[in-house]
Structure formats: C-alpha cells, structure tokens
Design a binder for this molecule. Sequence first.
Ligand code: ATP
Ligand code: MG
Length: 309
Amino acid sequence: MSKPIIDARNLIAAYGSMQALKDVSLTVEKGEIFGLLGPNGAGKTTLLACVEGLHKPSQGSVHIGGINVQVDSTATKRQLGIQLQRTALMDDLTVAELVEVYAALYEVYLTSGQINKLLARFDLVEKRNTLARRLSGGQQQRLALAVAIANDPQIVLLDEPTSALDPHARRAVWDIVRQLHNEGRTIVLTTHAMEEAEALCGRIAIIDRGQIVASDTPSALIANLQLSSMLKATVELPLEQVRSLPSVNNARYTGQHLEMETAKPEVTLTALHELAARSGSSIRDVMLRQPNLEDVFLKLTGHALSESN
Ligand SMILES: Nc1ncnc2c1ncn2[C@@H]1O[C@H](COP(=O)(O)OP(=O)(O)OP(=O)(O)O)[C@@H](O)[C@H]1O
Ligand SMILES: [Mg+2]
C-alpha cells in the first residue's frame, strides 16, 4: 500500500487540564473522503487543528505527504485547503475580493477570469460584487468552500461543512464535496450527522471523548458488530410470547407499537405472523429499520451520537 497522505500518530492535545485528544492515531489515504464522526466536544475540531498545524499537540506527530507539520508548516499548509468550523470571513469585502485575498495568502494570485470560474462552481458568480455579510447562510457556506479551495489544494479539510443548513443547501454542499473528490482531491470532513457520514465518506473514524473508538468503511462498521435490526409492528400480543420468538433479542411496547430487536428480521416476521394467527390478533403497519451508524455509536460508546460529551 502507498504511504498515507495524512499520518497522525499518538496525538495528545490539551487545553489546560482538559485532555481533548487522548492518544489519537489516524491515517488518510490519497483520494479518499474520510469522515470524523462524533458528538459535540468529541475532539474533532482539535484533531483537524493538529493536522492543520494550528494547534500544537503536547505529544505525537502529524505528517502530510511525508512532511512533518511541526517541522515545515509552510510546506504542509500549501497542500491544504481549510474550512474552519466558525469561519470569520472579513465580511466588509465582496465575494470576489475574499476569494482573491485568501488565495493570495497562499501566494496564489488569481486573475478575474479564474475568480469567476471558481465562483461559478459554487453558484456565486452573480454575487461576486456583493458584500459577504449580505449573503444568505447557504451562500456563506458555499463561499467558505470556495475560499477553502482558492489555492487549488490537494487535501481539503472541512469542519462541519453543512451544519445549520437546510436539506436543500446541505445536498448542494454534498454535491460540491463529491466534485472535489472526483477531481482527485483528498477530503477530510467532520460531522455529527450519521446520514452525512454514510452519504459521503468511504471511511470514517468514530471519535468520542478524545479517542477514536473505531475506524472503517460505514458498511464494515455496521456488519462487524452484528447489530440487530429493528422490527416494528402494530399488534397486541403478550410480550413474553414475543420475546420467545426466534431471533428476537429484545422486545418492548411503546404505546400500541411493538418494537423487536432481531438478528434475522425475516424469520422473526414469519414467526410473528404465526403467533398472531394463533392468538386471533391482526398485525397492522410493519416497519423494518436496518442497523445504522447511530446504532454502531451507541454500541461502542454506550451513549447516543446526539448527546454532547
Ligand atoms: N479553546 C479551547 N479552550 C478550552 N477548551 C477547549 C477549547 N477548544 C475546545 N475545548 C474543549 O476540548 C474538547 C474538544 O473540543 P472540540 O472543539 O475539538 O470538539 P468537537 O468534536 O469539534 O465538538 P463540536 O462538534 O461541538 O464542534 C471539548 O471538551 C471542548 O470543551
Ligand atoms: Mg468542532
């Protein structure tokens, strides 16, 4: 296998007595979309900040393209495009001026034609002479992405690129991320939305309380833990009998709805039908939910992804 493009080893990072990263190691291969999935306060931004060279870890190292970030941050920063979680864009500049200024920070000097081409990708050409502070939330998020790639970086680091966006704007950002990936760029993004990690990322690391608890493709993470599916049905049956049906790991009632955790939903459903027929009950509204990353998170950490640390 080729050398990873990002190689973070044994990172320990603290803010005073608060340990934000506790011995975190991570490798990202060239050309992948890699997701850091974790709740508020898990350490995602701190980990990106260490990779970016913006936070000095108290222990451990980060290499980008084989170069140590702590030793030559100018060389490593040239390869990076960065979208911070809270981008304080200079909002008294116009959209076009901002892109020009950010590229120039990396010693990349864009012509007016190049700026237009970049803005066109983000559907912002019409806004080129508008002050950044007059943009809508979704437009500002797209501008933050345009600014992140103004220096034409190989690696793009996006800290919650879709937080606070409505579903339409969120999908527009997903499309942009996929385009950047199709151009051969390596993307690392953070999110606490498991559907975003599933939709975009080839591999993810689940991070909780400053530690990576698992890292793999979303499907392997789900498959390896052999999690139960959730079968829901509206039916009245004695719970003890339901619990003894084949493959049922757990069962409960929420209101009229029977919820069953099952390793083999087809087997359980057939047995449930037989039990209902024997008892003279009818089954209405059957719903099956396959295990997802939310379940993986709960199983590995003992708490829900939506809970803060
Ligand atoms: N500048 C700081 N000073 C003190 N503590 C900090 C600072 N930045 C982060 N922390 C703490 O470090 C821990 C990790 O924070 P971090 O911002 O890396 O989490 P995160 O995963 O990015 O969370 P979120 O999803 O809310 O952005 C948290 O407990 C946070 O309170
Ligand atoms: Mg963060």
